[in-house]
Design a protein around this ligand. Sequence first.
Ligand SMILES: C[S@@+](CC[C@H](N)C(=O)[O-])C[C@H]1O[C@@H](n2cnc3c(N)ncnc32)[C@H](O)[C@@H]1O
Length: 401
Amino acid sequence: MTQLISYMGTKRNLAGRVGDLVRESRPGPLLDVFSGMCAVGHSVGTSRSIWTNDVQHFAHLVANATFCSSNLAPASESLNDLCACSYEAHRASLRHKFAEELAAERLALALPSCSGYNLVFDHSIERANGLIKGAGYGSYDLFMRRFAGSYIGYEQAMDFDALRFALDVLLKNGKLCEEGHHWSILGLCVALSKCSTTTGHFAQALRPKDNTFTRFKAQRARSLRFEWLRAMEQLAPVGSRQWRASNRAFRSDVLGLLPSLTTSTRKPSVIYADPPYTADQYSRYYHIYETAVLYDYPSASGRGMYRDGRHASTFSQKSTVERSFDELIRNAAQLRADLIISYPANGLLEDSERRIPDLLRRFYKRAPQIVKIDYSHSTMGASKGSQRQAVTEILYRVNIK
Ligand SMILES: C[S@@+](CC[C@H](N)C(=O)[O-])C[C@H]1O[C@@H](n2cnc3c(N)ncnc32)[C@H](O)[C@@H]1O
């Protein structure tokens, strides 16, 4: 998945190093408690059971499909055939319902300057902000009303809603199993990432400028349905079905999950923790994928059109980050699991190079192994401004006595 969707803070480039530390740890299940796009699970592979956790629905869906599915992703050709009828019918009804908006967008895209599209863009954000939570539920026009004209085009949003409608019909009629439905929704998320006009996250849609308008138009011209079918060809689980049956995917706040596992008969042997390290909340950057998965007509607020009730991680708040590290490490030690943490030297937790080893010594009663890795990571234009930043990422590993 790390190849298909760009994700802030993914450890794709460090996963091999983390994988080496996991291999040197106790045998038994590895629990990746902030799994994101599961770079480390991919690197460790089938050598042990992989358990994942992430508080976000989208990240959980990625992990569950990749590591826990009993079935392969549905083949794109047969899925296309199965969907065709409901897709075409619903698309036609959306085309009728949103005829004015579709025409306005078509006109704006035919102009050489972006001024016409900027009207479409501003209007669409204003409209989305005026929507009432839950209103329209069941009419399968969520992306037309919320995100068309801003993050994606009207034609693309129409494809999204019509495909989502067709997939839900197939699920209801028993023509697609729940897992097949999940894989197909993941495919839709990949297609969104290919078609949207963003820097790789959804904190804000990019308003076109005259010097970016040609690129903007090319992005709007992409077929979301085609990207979806292409994604369906690329999505695949890891390992054998038998191995996947030994894996687990949780969707909890890590600080609730770890204590709940102390009474479980099966416990993780190794915990890998890659917490968020800035004040940027993931729920703000990836809200559109949450809405794609839940399809629940949330309210939309601000220029980014964020969902109401989104998760706020205590690891991304200055006032709570230290206490959260304390709890994380204490709970991991209580589970008697080896622990590997990755955290950059300049993360939100101040003086982390002293504080993390202090906490590890306090709860594990031994000094951690420390590996420093210099690398340049993508900020995707998040709050730090520049696109790439040189960071020293530090891996801390401690084994239980
Ligand atoms: C730095 S990213 C992890 C990236 C991942 N290692 C990868 O390679 O893709 C942090 C992840 O933690 C999740 N998260 C943030 N706070 C959390 C919490 N309190 N409990 C569980 N997950 C959380 C976010 O949704 C995000 O996916």
